[in-house]
Design a protein. Structure first.
Length: 194
C-alpha cells in the first residue's frame, strides 16, 4: 500500500506539466477547429484539478505519520467514500449522456477494456522482469491499471466543458474495477498470506 500511495503521489507531480501538453496536443489533432491558439486546457486550471488529487494524498501521509492508529481506523471509511464519489461522478456523466450510452459503449468500451487489460498486464510484468517482488509488482500494476477516472471526468466536464469527453473516462471507470479485481485475484493466486 505504501508503494502504491507513493507512486500515486510521484505520478501526480509530472502530470501537472504533462497533462496540459498531451491534452492540448490531442485537442489540436482531433479537434482541428481549435487550432494551436485556441487550445482548451490551461495550466492554471490543471493545477486546480490536481489539487484535488495531491492535497488529499499529502493530508493522508501527514495524518498517517502523526497517528498511524487513526489512519488505520479511517482507511476503510475513506476508501468507501472515494468509491461513492467515483460512482457519483460516473453516474452524473452517464446521465448527462444517457441518449448516447449504447453508442459510447460500442465505440469506447472495447478500447477502454483493452487499455485496462494492457495497463494491468504491463504494470505487473515489467516490474517482475526487473526482479521486483510479487507484492511490489501487484502494487505497480494497480497504480498503472486503476486510473483516476474522477480526475479525467472533472477535467472534461468542468475545465473543458464537455460531457462527451468525459464518457471514455466514465466507461473506463466502470470497467476498471471488475477487471482490476479479476487481475488482482489472478496475480495473488498461490501467494502466501502473512
Amino acid at each position: 500500500m505504501a508503494l502504491n500511495v507513493t507512486l500515486t503521489a510521484v505520478n501526480a507531480v509530472p502530470a501537472i506539466v504533462t497533462l496540459p501538453i498531451i491534452t492540448n496536443f490531442a485537442l489540436w489533432c482531433f479537434e482541428p477547429d481549435i487550432g494551436p491558439d485556441g487550445m482548451g486546457l490551461q495550466f492554471g486550471k490543471v493545477l486546480q484539478v490536481f489539487a484535488l488529487v495531491i492535497v488529499p494524498v499529502v493530508i493522508g501521509l501527514a495524518v498517517r505519520s502523526r497517528s498511524e492508529a487513526f489512519a488505520r481506523h479511517m482507511d476503510r471509511p475513506v476508501r468507501q467514500l472515494s468509491v461513492v464519489v467515483l460512482v457519483a461522478v460516473i453516474i452524473g456523466a452517464l446521465v448527462a449522456e444517457r441518449e448516447n450510452i449504447v453508442g459510447y459503449l460500442m465505440d469506447v468500451g472495447p478500447a477502454a477494456l483493452a487499455f485496462c487489460v494492457a495497463s494491468l498486464t504491463i504494470g505487473y510484468f515489467a516490474p517482475r522482469l526487473l526482479k521486483l517482488y510479487k507484492p511490489q509488482s501487484i502494487a505497480c500494476s494497480m497504480e498503472i491499471g486503476v486510473h483516476n477516472s474522477a480526475v479525467a471526468m472533472t477535467l472534461a466536464i468542468s475545465v473543458l466543458g464537455s460531457f462527451g469527453l468525459a464518457v471514455p473516462a466514465a466507461v473506463y471507470g466502470v470497467l476498471m474495477h471488475p477487471v482490476a479485481a479479476l487481475a488482482g485475484a489472478l496475480m495473488t493466486r498461490g501467494s502466501r498470506t502473512a
